[in-house]
Design a protein around this ligand. Sequence first.
Ligand code: NI
Length: 394
Amino acid sequence: MTVNAPALHPRATELVDEFTAWRHHLHAHPETAFEENLTSAFVAEKLKSFGLEVATGMAKTGVIATLKGNKGDGKRIGLRADMDALDIHETTNLPYASKYPGKMHACGHDGHMTMLLGAAKILAENPDFAGTVDFIFQPAEENEGGGREMVNEGLFDQYPCDAVYGMHNWPGRDVGTMAMKPGPMMASYDVIEIVVEGKGSHAAMPHLGRDPITTAGQVLLALQAIVSRNVNPQQSAVISPTQIFGGDTWNVIPDTATIRGTVRTFDPAIQDMIEERLKTVVHSTAAAFDCQAKVSYQRRYPATINTEAETGIAQAAAAKVVGAQNIDTDPESSMASEDFAFMLNEKPGSYVWLGNGPTDGNCMLHNAAYNFNDDAIAYGVTYWVALVHEHLSA
Ligand code: NI
């Protein structure tokens, strides 16, 4: 895919050095889930300096700023960026590498904050749109569901948006390209724990016990039949057992064995079916081998599902920034997950990917050598501004 002459916002180009400095500051000071205190203070201070109304404290460290357009009343949209870093020890050796050992912005959320702040600054300078924009900075996107927390604390009661939009940097896609489509962009994320309960015995006398190790092996195999036999081959799902453990030594059959893993789906109906089938298969298989099983099935994040109309708006905005020829309108959905899904469960909207450039071998998101690409900043900033004009045109 080639990158044609871009239509970057002139202010995004003029201010890109300032934005880049923000990004490097944020990169050097990564904070993890619900502890984004310095990050949140930095974001709030910048938003206030643009003259915006700023609210802090939702979901502990969340920040929301509101801007009304100068072309009268209209719709209300939320633009969301995530603020948290990961528990990874950075290996980039960059001059602005993490100052906190074991913490790192390895998912580019430093870039997400920077681009949304940049758009807020430009829009505050010239709010030439009709309606209202809420700039939503959420904590704890990774694992801990900060987006869910904000929704539970009344995000959309206090900020009644008509639509909500998100963006993530995407390595392996060229800078100056974007990707989005209606329907599922990211999978749901469920975790499972299965404890097979038998009866311990001497390993030489298995007939005196009920062996949970052998039974766990059968359960493990039986689980794999759910995707292959119960899911429509035209659709997708994955069940990945990732941990199996039990026992302490060579010559003792233990009382229990544990399997843990994750389930990913795009369609809530398939998610429901898998949860039900998984429980049945585990209980029945355990019973067949004279054991019992306890199953814990936790739904962490729902699938990230874009709505049709808002994705059309996102595509129209993106076309003005990178050119229609640089938009992938049918990207392969990712089996990873994203807690922006909780916001999309409440409001129509669209979550898009912004090209971050080549992956340099293995340098993907969540890698200790990952870095957001500063060349993408002006594209992301311009996209947000274009999206506001597209959705809130007078
Ligand atoms: Ni991320």
